[in-house]
Design a protein around this ligand. Structure first.
Ligand code: C5P
Length: 208
C-alpha cells in the first residue's frame, strides 16, 4: 500500500506523543505509541517478581505481551519508566517487539512514536521527525502533568529521573536513541503544542 509511515522519535517528555497522535488524526493514519510496548513489558517483569535487567525474564515478558497488557492503567510513573528503559536496553526484548511494530506500520500506514523508529524499525519511513526540548523544559512539563494528576513530587527529582532515563536510552548498545541522519529536528523548548504541530505538519506536507 502507499499509506506512509511517519517516525516521531525523541527523548522523554518532549511532546512526541501529543504531536504524533495529532498528526495521525489529521492525516487519517493509525497511531502507535511504541513506548507502551516497553512499559507493558517492564510491568509484566515486575509483576512476575523478576528484575527488569534479567534478560531471560524480560524477553519472556516481551514475547508474552498481549493487548490487555497495553491497556493497563499502571504503565506510567517513576517505577514503570525505569523498568521500561531497563527492558528496552536488551536485544532479546527489542527483537521480540520488532516484527509486531513493522506489521502495524505496514498494514495501516501509521505514525509511530518512540526512540528508534527512524533508525531501526522503519529506516525507510517517508517522514522522520526528531522532537526534542531542553531537559529543564521537559521536566517542567512532566512535573505540571504529574501535579495535575495529584502527585506530589519535586521538579528537581523529575529532572533527575528524566536525565537518568535519557542517558540510559542514548547509551545502550542496541537501537540507542538518536536522530536518524535524515530526520528533521524539531526543538519545542520555546513552542507550545499548537506551534509544534504546525511545524511538524509543514515538514510532513513537504514530504508526502
Ligand atoms: O516513550 P516512552 O517514554 O513511553 O518510552 C518508555 C521507554 O521505552 C523509553 O525510556 C525507552 O527506554 C523505551 N523505548 C524504546 N524504544 C522505543 C520506545 C520506547 O527503547 N521505540
Amino acid at each position: 500500500s502507499t499509506r506512509p509511515v511517519i517516525a516521531v522519535d525523541g527523548p522523554a517528555a518532549a511532546g512526541k506523543g501529543t504531536l504524533a497522535r495529532r498528526l495521525a488524526a489529521h492525516l487519517g493514519l493509525a497511531y502507535l505509541d511504541t513506548g507502551l510496548l516497553y512499559r507493558a513489558t517492564g510491568r509484566r517483569v515486575l509483576d512476575a517478581g523478576a528484575n527488569p535487567r534479567d534478560p531471560a525474564a524480560a524477553e519472556a515478558a516481551a514475547r508474552g505481551l498481549n493487548p490487555a497488557d497495553l491497556a493497563r492503567g499502571d504503565l506510567r510513573g517513576p517505577e514503570a519508566d525505569m523498568a521500561a528503559s531497563a527492558v528496552a536496553a536488551q536485544p532479546g526484548v527489542r527483537a521480540a517487539l520488532l516484527d509486531w511494530q513493522r506489521d502495524f506500520g505496514r498494514t495501516h500506514g501509521a505514525v509511530l512514536d518512540g526512540r528508534d523508529i527512524g533508525t531501526v524499525v522503519f529506516p525507510d519511513a517517508r517522514v522522520k521527525l526528531f522532537v526534542t526540548a531542553s531537559a529543564e523544559e521537559r521536566a517542567r512539563r512532566r512535573w505540571l502533568e504529574l501535579r495535575g494528576r495529584g502527585a506530589e513530587v519535586a521538579q528537581e527529582q523529575v529532572l533527575a529521573e528524566l536525565r537518568a532515563r535519557d542517558e540510559q536510552d542514548a547509551a545502550r548498545a542496541v537501537a540507542p536513541m538518536k536522530p536518524a541522519e535524515d530526520a528533521v529536528l524539531i526543538d519545542t523548548t520555546e513552542m507550545d503544542a499548537d506551534a509544534a504541530f504546525a511545524r511538524a505538519l509543514a515538514v510532513v506536507e513537504g514530504k508526502l
